[in-house]
Design a protein around this ligand. Structure first.
Ligand code: PEP
Ligand code: MG
Length: 767
């Protein structure tokens, strides 16, 4: 049965259009279930009726003609109640409604299930039979499974159909506002014309071929390889003015991947053994990609997609299929199944206004680069019919993680207004002047930088930040193919400490596991977020921990601005053990004659046990720092990388706020400062709340500093405290958001609110 289902889903996926897909569904389901009739009714949004869209068993002429009102008939009952109906004598059911045009009078048995996608009923799948009988439990579950499996495909096909019938490509007058959900990749709004990038060539389609002239094939491969390397160097040159050195390192990694023996060495070996260059390339790349894709952690899986892109580029060169992007629109929106950093780099920066990717998340490389370049992006837009979008106008709403294709004039106007407002905000932020960040009545709040892989700060910003609140050392480990040596680490850390001296730099010890893995140190776990993560890994590998601590301490000699932060602490014992190791290393280095200050040591509060034990942890620490990304994940039991539950990932939920409150109280009780270094700190609304809760330091990415400072400057400390007290007493994150948005409006900070919130509040004001 599973095989039959899989084949059905595959056939529907390959169908040319919605009608073909539905015809396939009804005929296959009818034959699998051996019934008299199978039909699909879909909801027509314009008429608000269930329209018969495909049938096998009823009169074919009734397709698209027969329809029922929303709560009319058995189909309406299934659709509105969103539940299955299994009847042995359908005409006796009070909701039964006779549809003459379908010729259905002889059918007694009826089984209908709703087709639901993302909580919305798209339609109803029905089977009917002449003989009066109740369908069996097995038949019920089969139909439910089919409907569930097909709902996303139907949603996708329906949208493609709507796009194709909704007016000409980018036709201004006939826009129909087709919305696609994704995840917020980079905040901001853009509108422009889609440039759809298809993979340059398909490795899987390469037909196996042997060669009797390996030398010629080897030469062709070398030419193609160097052409791709040149292309990468050109792209990296293009981007070098806008990106930081650490971000450019990604392109060096790609070059290294191309030179790696596992790729080019293996391709050459296979060519020498008689395979053509294309065949050898196919097998080597697909094999490496499969190995990456089988890995648990997101970073390594992404390496797989980078490698696939590089392999396809070499293949395109071998096949002489180098495509020219052609003339680009002034406002180009880059759209692809899997947007890669190389695709991004191919487009001149001043023309690239937005990015939409079917795959990927806010943590993908491409999203990180787009953030640095200030380009709004929507990632993980799984229902997007990529190939139908070429040349169409779309709106990219990176705040809400939404794409609107074929926007109507009203929607375009609304978004155009939002774009102008964003420009006004930027101009306003550019004016945020020097001087420390304080509340309006002078209470100081230290704003710090989350450093590691983010854009450069302006000189002005550097002058008023309090230092680096989180330096994620993983990046030094990720861009290599082996653990960096103590000396390599020391040089990198010294650079960082030096740049921000005399301000403090909080260096976090290696935080791998969960969604962060190292290409050369990977392990499989069924529950990685509850597994071997952060301090658990490094305490089990003291040699890694000690090397890193030695590198940090040696780097700090003479600068004395190092603070050490321990990630994912879940027990007091972990803190004690880490402190003991740090003290030992410090003693040894001093013994070797180094002049070292004792660094401040802090624990990250990221898991519920650390919140409950915060008073005990605080007694043994010099500071606490909350990782709100992980804390939200663990308090709300929501995987931070899972797009399906992204709406439940809410750092403003009072449950999270109460955990933050307890942490602040613990720090206060022990007389030590408390910081927050997750994404929450960079959200101006949350930041005001955090000041009210009593956080002394907020650490965020460079692009959020001005916004947060602008917000904090506008509030008195007592305002922040009252907001925090009220928020703690509320029931939901939405209520907290509402409370904060109203306060922002009252303080003249409406421009700092996401556009969607501004619209909601304006609407409420009118009512
Ligand atoms: C956090 O969890 O909030 C945090 C700052 O650490 P990371 O995002 O690196 O896990
Ligand atoms: Mg964390």
């Amino acid at each position: 049965m599973l095989d039959t289902l899989r084949r059905l889903v595959q056939a529907v996926t390959d169908a040319e259009n919605l009608d073909a897909a539905l015809d396939l569904i009804v005929s296959r389901v009818k034959s699998i279930m051996q019934t008299g009739v199978c039909s699909v009714y879909l909801k027509d949004d314009a008429s608000d009726r269930w329209v018969l869209m495909a049938t096998d068993g009823l009169k074919p002429e009734s397709v698209r003609k027969a329809s029922l009102g929303l709560s009319e008939g058995l189909v309406g009952t299934v659709g509105t109640r969103e539940e299955l109906l299994n009847l042995d004598n359908a005409p006796r059911h009070p909701a039964f409604r006779f549809l003459r045009e379908t010729g259905e009078e002889e059918f007694y048995s009826f089984l209908g299930v709703p087709i639901v996608h993302q909580r919305q009923v798209l339609g109803v799948l029905v089977v009917q039979q002449v003989t009066p009988r109740r369908f069996s439990d097995d038949e019920e579950s089969l139909l439910i499974t089919v409907a569930a499996q097909l709902s996303a495909l139907i949603a996708h096909a329906k949208i493609s159909g709507a796009l194709r019938t909704g007016g000409g490509q980018g036709d201004e007058a006939t826009g129909i506002d087709v919305h696609f959900k994704g995840v917020a990749g980079v905040p901001g709004i853009a509108m422009g014309t889609c440039l759809v990038r298809q993979p340059p060539a398909m490795l899987r389609r390469v037909r196996d071929r042997m060669t009797d002239d390996p030398e010629r094939e080897l030469a062709a491969f070398q030419v193609a390889l160097s052409a791709v390397k040149d292309e990468l160097r050109r792209i990296s040159q293009n981007l070098s003015a806008s990106l930081k050195q650490s971000e450019m390192a990604l392109f060096e990694t790609y070059l290294r991947m191309l030179e790696d023996h596992a790729l080019s060495g293996e391709v050459c070996r296979r060519i020498r053994s008689g395979e053509s260059a294309e065949t050898a390339l196919k097998y080597v790349v697909l094999d490496l990609v499969a190995r990456f894709e089988a890995m648990q952690d997101a970073y390594l899986r992404e390496r797989g997609s980078d490698l696939l892109d590089l392999g396809r580029r070499i293949l395109a060169r071998l096949q002489d299929q180098v495509d020219d992007l052609g003339p680009l629109h002034e406002d180009t929106i880059l759209v692809a199944e899997d947007v890669t950093p190389v695709m991004l780099g191919e487009i001149q920066k001043h023309r690239l206004k937005g990015i939409v990717s079917v795959k990927g998340s806010a943590n993908s490389h491409v999203a990180i680069l787009a953030r640095s370049l200030g380009i709004p992006a929507v990632m993980g837009a799984t229902d997007l019919p990529v190939s139908d979008l070429q040349g169409t106008i779309v709106v990219v709403d990176g705040w809400r993680g939404e794409v609107v294709a074929n926007p109507s004039e009203a929607v375009r106007d609304a978004y155009q207004e939002a774009i102008v407002e964003a420009e006004v905000l930027q101009a306003d932020l550019d004016r945020v002047g020097p001087g420390p960040c304080t509340t309006r009545d002078g209470h100081g709040v230290l704003l710090m930088l989350n450093s590691g892989l983010f854009g450069e700060l302006s000189q002005l910003q550097r002058s008023w930040i309090g230092g680096v609140g989180l330096y994620r050392t993983e990046f030094a480990f990720l861009s290599r193919s082996r653990f960096p040596t103590e000396d390599e680490q020391r040089a990198i850390y010294q650079d960082e400490l030096d740049q921000y001296s005399p301000n403090p730099v909080v260096m976090r010890t290696l935080d791998i596991g969960g969604d962060k893995g190292l290409p050369y140190f990977s392990f499989e776990e069924s529950n990685p977020f509850l597994g071997w993560r952060g301090i658990r890994v490094t305490l089990d590998h003291p040699e890694i921990f000690i090397t890193q601590i030695r590198a940090m301490l040696r780097a700090s000699e003479g600068l004395d601005n190092l603070r050490i932060l321990l990630p994912m602490v879940s027990t007091v014992a972990e803190l004690t053990a880490s402190k003991r190791l740090i003290a030992r290393v410090l003693g040894e280095l001093r013994g070797d004659g180094m002049h070292l200050e004792t660094p401040e040591i802090g624990a990250m509060i990221e898991v519920p046990s650390a919140v409950y034990m915060a008073p005990e942890l605080a007694r043994q620490c010099d500071f606490l720092s909350v990782g709100s990304n992980d804390l939200t994940q663990y308090v709300m039991a929501v995987d931070r990388t899972n797009a399906r539950v992204a709406n439940l990932f809410d750092s403003l939920n009072p449950a999270v706020l109460r955990a933050l409150d307890q942490t602040c109280q613990a720090a206060r009780g022990a007389g030590i400062p408390v910081a927050l270094c997750g994404e929450m700190a960079g959200d101006p609304m949350a930041a005001v709340l955090l000041v009210g809760l009593g956080f002394d330091e907020l650490s965020m990415s460079g692009s959020s500093l001005a916004k947060v400072k602008r917000a904090v400057l506008a509030f008195d400390r007592s305002d922040c405290q009252s907001l925090a007290a009220l928020a703690l007493s509320l029931e939901s994150g939405e209520q907290v958001l509402h409370l904060l948005s109203e306060a922002f409006l009252k303080h003249g900070l409406s421009l700092l609110l996401p556009p969607s919130l501004r619209d909601t509040l304006a609407l409420e004001a009118c009512q």
